[in-house]
Design a binder for this molecule. Sequence first.
Ligand SMILES: NC(=O)c1ccc[n+]([C@@H]2O[C@H](COP(=O)([O-])OP(=O)(O)OC[C@H]3O[C@@H](n4cnc5c(N)ncnc54)[C@H](O)[C@@H]3O)[C@@H](O)[C@H]2O)c1
Length: 258
Amino acid sequence: MSTEGSTLPKTQTSLLEGKVAVVTGAGGVLGHAIARTFLDNGASVVITDISGDALAAAVERLGAGEKVLAITAGVSDPDAVDAVVAKTTAHFGRLDIWVNNAGIARDATMKKMSIEDFDLVIDVHLKGSWLGTRAAAGWMREHGGGAIINLSSISGKVGNAGQTNYSAAKAGIVGLTKAAAKEVGFAGVRINAIQPGLIESKMLDDMPPEVQESRKKEIPLGRFGTPEEVANIALFLASDLSSYMTGNVVEVSGGRHI
Ligand SMILES: NC(=O)c1ccc[n+]([C@@H]2O[C@H](COP(=O)([O-])OP(=O)(O)OC[C@H]3O[C@@H](n4cnc5c(N)ncnc54)[C@H](O)[C@@H]3O)[C@@H](O)[C@H]2O)c1
């Protein structure tokens, strides 16, 4: 896999000094990069994942001591999601940023896709993001505002064959982001979405090398993105740099599918 262009300077600023962020699915590649970037920018971070093992490994890799709180929680379980808000605010006293990042893929053509795999992907991505957005916005609107960031995908913009479940969920997240932004903007709660393209991750590793090469030819910047390049946009959307943005969808795709 190419690593060209992945040598970005590490951001080390105070954009999120004193802020408290929740990142779901932080046992995975993008969630970990987002948590790392937020920590590097002064935030305390609550990392959640359905996998206790992935979470334990993430805590160790982050090595940030008291600035990290890990909570095992599934994003499709309303009680578990509400409990993350309650535990975060009890532990750190505030909640400023919430990133709906957890995800799974169950790819198959419509002909072969089971109803269970359709439901599961919608449940984790769309219902999970709705539950997270509802719970976080519910707290933020009563406490001076905040920023919510939803991980959509370029797949939700253009539709990918073999991903009718995933593309539908990721397009649904765009609608959720815009509708929710309209409901809670008055209270200073901003909600934006990110649509990553092909990022160096397990998803890409699972792709045969010849498919990777043909996909790369579709990318104007000529390379895959790095998790840090997605995390930097999450940082921008989480911070006051984007204070007049809500309901936006930011593509991080190297220009693929523009
Ligand atoms: N990697 C890419 O190229 C890419 C591109 C576009 C969008 N995205 C999106 O970015 C997000 C992160 O992707 P990634 O590549 O880091 O994936 P990943 O598989 O590395 O990490 C996902 C994490 O989510 C966790 N998870 C799964 N189901 C969960 C649930 N029900 N509750 C809580 N946690 C759960 C997993 O245990 C895992 O740790 C996903 O929403 C994905 O759809 C990724």
